[in-house]
Design a protein around this ligand. Structure first.
Ligand code: GLC
Length: 448
């Protein structure tokens, strides 16, 4: 059941727009610019490198899914997945009472975990706006919360020294034009005005915003959403902002979801992931990842120059489920000691080991041992000369022996010195490079 739900979602996400456009035929014809037809550079192309600098160094961010679904506690897709009518779902808005101060708790936890930025759902697919808007009364100040939750979040993130991101779902299950826009040109125009209008408010009323994280473009394509115009407005309002690729334009970075897949050709990417199996609060979901899994994932992202956006789904009062908080504290303890091997690291070519993974900064190779074998560890086919090595946790120098085929780090403690992953910083005389083919081909065979 879960599988068919997910595949349906991904179909909606990837092909929904084109299927609907086909079904709608000429009724979707309009004068919007097309991303493909767009001559010359797209908005944001000119100063991308400069805008992305802090983000690339940051590596680790907190995603927060918070909305009316948090009051129900059955996942953020509950409205659609349980077929709940708008008339039955909307009253949850009046019963939504996040505690004042909870965004500050999220931000504090993010900072302690070693995260450098946050991305909050300002409006998820359910259509409820966590912010103040002139365009709908289905928003936090005019419903249960009685105040602008997004403002509180922005202030909290800044107070904890974190960059501020806004998630915004284009798909909307509440707005009368949310589906009709695919088949009626009049409705599309209204809905695009509404959408651009909400984004304009978000990027006008809260000072400098660092990331805009679009989501699900169903049921329109880039033409239908007028995505080029949308991004032009975004960059005009926030010249230094970073935008993702989910309004059907390439944007600044790709967004692999629930898996870690590096982009090629130097394009930026960010893997987003849940801590259990739900983005929004789901009381019964107990499938929590361990701190070790999170740290290993973060290392994998950093190795290939990607970011890791890790989610929390607070309860309706804004409190953070205890397993999330526990795991993030553990991650934070590790980051306090090992963070320098993650932030602003360079792409790392070395990757082969059955008990460790790697990151790199300049000529320093970081060997992150997640299954501690005791006594010694080894790397095969390291083609670069090692100059010295030390345990990051204790600062202790690690003796080593290197020949053409392997380097062995010896005299290590029997028990892992750090938990849940022990890092060895290995100074090399050039950029570390591994060639295990060389080992396979050239290591002397029996009797040779
Ligand atoms: C998917 C889901 C959505 C979640 C998002 C996070 O698009 O539909 O619920 O917010 O992924 O990346």
């Amino acid at each position: 059941m879960q599988n068919s739900n997910w595949s349906r979602r991904s179909v909606l996400k990837t092909t929904g727009a084109s299927l609907l456009a086909m079904a709608a035929g000429s009724s979707t014809a309009h004068a919007a610019q097309s991303a493909n037809d767009h001559p010359g550079p797209l908005p944001g192309d000119a100063n991308r490198e400069e805008r992305m600098r802090w983000w690339k160094a940051a590596r680790f961010g907190m995603f927060i899914h918070f909305g009316l679904y948090s009051t129900i506690g059955r996942h953020e897709w509950v409205m659609e997945d349980e077929g709940i009518p708008v008339s039955e779902y909307a009253p949850h808005a009046a019963a939504f009472h996040p505690r004042v101060g909870s965004p500050r708790e999220w931000a504090r936890l993010a900072r302690l975990a070693g995260m450098r930025y946050m991305v909050l759902t300002t409006k998820h697919h359910e259509g409820f706006c966590n912010f103040d808007t002139k365009l709908t009364t289905y928003c936090a100040p005019r419903q249960g919360p009685g105040r602008d939750v997004v403002r509180e979040y922005v202030e909290a993130a800044r107070a904890e020294g974190l960059r501020v991101g806004f998630y915004y779902s284009l798909m909307d299950w509440h707005h009368p034009d949310g589906a009709l826009c695919a088949t009626s040109e009049e409705s599309r125009k209204r809905f695009v005005d509404y959408t651009h209008g909400l984004i304009r408010e978000l990027l006008t009323n809260y000072g400098k915003i660092d990331v805009l994280w679009y989501d699900v473009a169903w049921p329109l394509d880039a033409d239908g959403w007028q995505s080029v115009k949308m991004n032009e407005m975004v960059f005009q309002l926030q010249p230094e902002i970073i935008v993702n690729n989910r309004n059907k334009l390439p944007g600044d970075f790709s967004t692999p979801e629930q898996h870690i897949t590096a982009e090629t050709g130097g394009r930026a990417w960010e893997a987003c992931m849940t801590l259990n199996d739900s983005w929004g609060y789901q009381a019964a979901d107990d499938n929590w990842k361990t701190a070790k899994t999170i740290i290993r994932n973060l290392i994998t992202c950093a190795r290939d120059s990607g970011n890791y956006l890790l989610n929390i789904g607070p309860r309706e009062d804004g409190s953070i489920p205890e397993p999330s908080s526990r795991v993030l504290h553990q991650v934070g303890e590790w980051m306090a000691i090992n963070g320098h091997s993650i932030y602003d690291s360079d792409p790392c070519q070395v990757r082969r080991s059955n008990y460790a993974s790697f990151t790199r900064t300049g000529n320093t190779l970081y060997m992150h041992v997640h299954f501690w074998p005791g006594r010694y560890v080894a790397i095969a086919g390291l083609m670069t000369k090692v100059k010295s090595a030390r345990l990051v946790k204790t600062g202790q120098t690690v003796p080593f022996v290197q020949d053409d085929f392997r380097v062995r780090f010896t005299d290590l403690p029997l028990e892992a010195p750090d938990d849940p992953v022990t890092t060895i910083a290995i100074e090399c005389d050039a950029e570390p490079r591994q060639d295990t083919d060389y080992v396979r081909k050239n290591k002397p065979r029996m009797g040779v």
